[in-house]
Design a protein around this ligand. Structure first.
Ligand SMILES: [Zn+2]
Length: 173
């Protein structure tokens, strides 16, 4: 077996390498294409495969499992801290437009952020507006007369104004 082949069949390289590769896929694509559970099972299968091909002792296999578990836990704890370089405007998820309180989320896809579904609330009661009416104070909001595009335009304008960024760069067209 050539040295390179041997290197790639090493259980350490296989397990840690595949784990890092999956994490990288996640980071680059910006969303979980593979669920966490599947990812972990895959890593352990790779470790098992390495173990079988090397006929290593069970003790060694278990050691690899424990060490990999520790690495995964450490990465999980560190990851949110490393992800802190998220753009600041992602904190902007609520604003008052024309007397209606809107809340929204962002979805990240293909390198751009999209404004998710907006939800309208009564600004005084913070109750979700249903059928153009706040069920607590009885205030009327003409929600059905406002469309998604209008709300998005207001949010995008808010982002550009508050964070001094080019909305097209981060949100696309
Ligand atoms: Zn109300």
């Amino acid at each position: 077996m050539s040295r390179i082949k041997k290197f790639f069949r090493n259980p350490w390289v296989v397990s840690i390498g595949s784990g890092l590769a999956l994490l990288l896929i996640d980071k680059v694509s910006g969303f979980n294409i593979i669920s966490q559970a599947f990812k972990i099972i895959l890593i352990w299968l790779k470790v098992l495969q390495g173990w079988l091909s090397y006929k290593l002792s069970l003790g060694f296999f278990l050691m690899v499992v424990v060490i990999c578990s520790v690495i995964i836990v450490v990465i999980k704890i560190l990851r949110p801290k490393l992800m802190k370089n998220n753009p600041k405007f992602l904190e902007y998820t609520e604003d008052l437009f024309q007397g209606i309180l809107y809340q929204w989320k962002y979805n990240y896809k293909n390198g751009k952020y999209k404004i998710g579904e907006t939800v309208a609330y009564c600004p005084s009661c913070r109750l979700r507006i249903v059928h153009d009416k706040c069920q607590t104070c009885g205030a009327i909001f003409l929600l059905s007369k406002k469309d998604r595009q209008e709300r998005e335009a207001l949010i995008r304008h808010g982002i550009a104004k508050k964070y001094q960024i080019n909305e097209f760069q981060v949100l696309g067209n």
